[in-house]
Design a protein around this ligand. Structure first.
Ligand SMILES: Nc1ncnc2c1ncn2[C@@H]1O[C@H](COP(=O)(O)OP(=O)(O)OP(=O)(O)O)[C@@H](O)[C@H]1O
Ligand SMILES: [Mg+2]
Length: 257
């Protein structure tokens, strides 16, 4: 499913955070969202998720407007890996990841089916989390918990996957592994993935398209080679960089201090 955002505006009291975003996010692609702290990246994801009241403009998910979906329909189609997660009660890892299956339960009277448990186990195995199944979520390291959040989002079997800084707590090896898994999933299941990401080199390596935001506007949208240029990076981050285009045709960024 593609996502179309038109003239999206979000304000918190007097502060205008998104000032008219227009985007067409393609199906079957991994799109990265870049930009400085506070420019509105997480707010844009929350807008697409339909959890902001104070917004103007329109969002289409596939052919339908966001507000034409019921909560349950949206929960089946969209899953979200948040930048921060507030855990209110201690839970074991397997039960926490199983919650991704809640939108698929036949009714609230039915518990999880054997299928739900098998889907969850397979994803946990794939993400190297099965050994953690009986651990309490509170006891996990930051990076382990970030992988658990991805696992919960994947058990939802979404058509659209929204990820807010999914690699921020991961070491380089796990960050590369997580991005490869997301990219493979996008290709294999033809889903639409949107990932806010600060690491420009990871974004260049894995994303099919990039959107660069600044001050509540989506300023640039294109493939990594076209928009990760030293002039654009200077404009967006106020930072001088060298950009090296490698054999794989992806740009790599080295900041100059
Ligand atoms: N509920 C809110 N009330 C008031 N201001 C808010 C609220 N949510 C976000 N903001 C402000 O909106 C701006 C954009 O926030 P957002 O979380 O979208 O930034 P971001 O681009 O994701 O930044 P980061 O890279 O630091 O995560 C920030 O200045 C933030 O303080
Ligand atoms: Mg954010």
């Amino acid at each position: 499913m593609a996502i179309k955002v038109e003239e999206l505006k979000v304000s918190f009291k007097e502060a205008k955070i998104l000032k008219g975003i227009n985007l067409h996010i393609k199906k079957g692609k991994l799109t990265g969202i870049l930009g400085p702290n506070g420019c509105g990246k997480s707010t844009l994801l929350k807008g697409i998720l339909g959890i902001l009241k104070n917004k103007d403009g329109s969002i289409h998910i596939g052919e339908k407007k966001l507000q034409e979906y019921s909560q349950k329909e949206l929960a089946k189609k969209l899953s979200f890996v948040p930048q921060k997660s507030n855990l209110s009660s201690p839970m074991n890892v397997e039960e926490f990841i199983l919650m991704g299956r809640l939108p698929h339960l036949k009714s609230s009277w039915h518990g999880y089916s054997q299928d739900d448990r098998t889907i969850t186990k397979n994803i946990m195995m794939e993400l190297g989390l099965w050994d953690f199944k009986d651990r309490i979520t509170f006891s996990l390291s930051g990076g382990e918990f970030q992988r658990v959040l991805l696992a919960r989002a994947l058990t939802q079997n979404p058509e659209i996957l929204l990820l807010d800084e999914p690699t921020s707590a991961l070491d380089l090896n796990h960050a590369v592994e997580l991005m490869s898994k997301v990219k493979n999933m996008v290709k294999k299941k033809d889903i639409t993935a949107v990932a806010v990401i600060h690491d420009l080199n990871l974004a260049s390596m894995f994303c099919d398209e990039l959107i660069i935001m600044k001050d509540g506007i989506a300023k640039y949208h294109g493939n990594p080679k076209d928009i990760l240029t030293k002039d654009i990076l200077l404009e967006i981050y106020n930072l001088k960089c060298r950009v090296i285009v490698n054999k794989d045709d992806n740009p790599y960024i080295i900041p100059i201090i």
